[in-house]
Design a binder for this molecule. Structure first.
Ligand code: NAD
Length: 353
């Protein structure tokens, strides 16, 4: 069977790691018809937007995409393409495994965490009021009337919505993920003691839905305490379920526990569409030099293969990556080696044969 997949190379190191991942997927023998779609800074000049409709249309047709990172210029007029994609396609759950592979430098061998992050709400919803803008003045007046709170007139404001509907679906996804993957504990991170009406909704909904899944041990933990346990004894944690912002931070932290961003894959999933992408960004500091670590993108592609029901090919890719890391000969500079991006991909591809 031939699978149709939208390939969004992205920018910065994106095209380098995308080519590497494609090399590996093609070497598995799984038949993939790639639909290339450029997005990000490179297309703004010609198309006026970093996320043209043709990209979304392609993902809607393929239902599955493999995506490299895309730069979000700080303070420019454009929203993050990454956030927009997740919202447009309603990709409400981000799944980010952080597993230690023998051979990787780490203070915590034995870590095998999965962060499941709500992907559409919270402070990333994009409800922003710019400092000094007329709408922000209206918001300040409304807040003074509604809450008696005087927002300083030199403040910008970001709004944090968290709904029962938005939370319920990601909680269900996390608990079903735990069941399907033989995971025992799901820790819900929150700050409901301070943000009673946003994190409070997240926590209460999670505990309510958890009653339907008595076989999964659901625990709650304030996110600051969770940060402490992640630094102290991350081996004791299993699946972490978090609202959007905490999930973003904690998944990078977890990547750091197991060898860094170069080996941290991810998936963004909704009812209809799935977009697989590494946790890392476009790494402008090393872009174009052929030294980016492609393993996070390759492992994201393995997650994609599993999603396409190509389980055997996915397992072979993961085993080949594990062998490469154990062997330690073809590693990029972030892991202490001297290999180039495509050499790593070719080494993985060779051991698939
Ligand atoms: P980053 O992840 O790009 O880089 C952080 C550090 O990790 C850098 O030193 C970089 O060189 C290193 N690094 C990242 N990936 C690597 C790899 N595969 N191999 C070796 N080293 C790697 O984070 P940043 O610098 O904060 O962000 C850069 C840009 O990427 C920003 O515009 C940001 O908005 C964007 N970003 C995009 C995504 C996405 O597309 N999903 C995710 C995160 C950040």
């Amino acid at each position: 069977m031939r699978h149709r997949v939208t390939l969004i190379p992205g920018d910065g190191i994106g095209p380098e790691v995308a080519q590497a991942a494609r090399t590996v997927v093609d070497a598995t023998g799984v038949l993939v018809e790639w639909d290339f779609q450029e997005a990000g800074a490179a297309v703004v000049r010609d198309e006026g937007t970093p996320l043209p409709d043709r990209v979304l249309d392609s993902v809607r047709r393929s239902r599955t995409a493999l995506k490299g990172p895309i730069t979000t210029p700080v303070g420019s007029g454009f929203r993050s393409v990454n956030v927009a994609l997740r919202q447009e396609l309603d990709l409400f759950a981000a799944v980010r495994p952080a597993r230690h592979y023998p051979g990787l430098p780490s203070r915590h061998p034995g870590v095998d965490l999965v962060t499941i992050r709500e992907n559409t709400e919270d402070l990333y919803r994009g409800i922003e009021f710019e400092r000094g803008a007329p709408d922000t003045d209206r918001l300040r007046t409304a807040l003074l009337h509604l809450a008696g709170y005087r927002v300083p007139d030199d403040a910008g404001v970001t709004v944090k919505p968290i709904s029962i509907t938005g939370t319920r679906r990601v909680v269900r996804y996390a608990l079903e993920y735990a069941q399907r993957n033989g995971r025992r504990t799901v820790t819900v991170g929150h700050k409901a003691n301070i943000m009673k009406f946003s994190d409070g909704v997240f926590l209460a909904t999670a505990l309510e839905v958890a009653k339907e899944y008595p076989e999964v041990d659901v625990r709650e933990m304030q996110v600051d305490e969770l940060a402490m346990w992640l630094a102290w004894e991350p081996e004791t944690l299993d699946v972490l379920l978090l609202p959007n912002l905490y999930g973003d931070i904690v998944s990078d932290l977890s990547a750091g526990l197991v060898g860094g961003l170069g080996v941290a894959p991810g998936a963004n999933l909704g009812w209809e569409y799935a977009v697989f992408e590494p946790v890392h960004g476009s790494a402008p500091d090393i872009a174009g030099r052929g030294v980016a670590n492609p393993l996070a993108m390759i492992l994201s592609a393995a997650m994609m293969l599993r999603h396409l029901s190509e389980r055997e090919a996915a397992a072979r890719v993961e085993a080949a990556v594990a062998e490469l890391l154990r062997d330690g000969r073809s590693l990029t500079p972030d892991l202490g080696g001297r290999a180039r991006t495509l050499e790593v991909a070719e080494a993985v591809a060779r051991s698939l044969a």
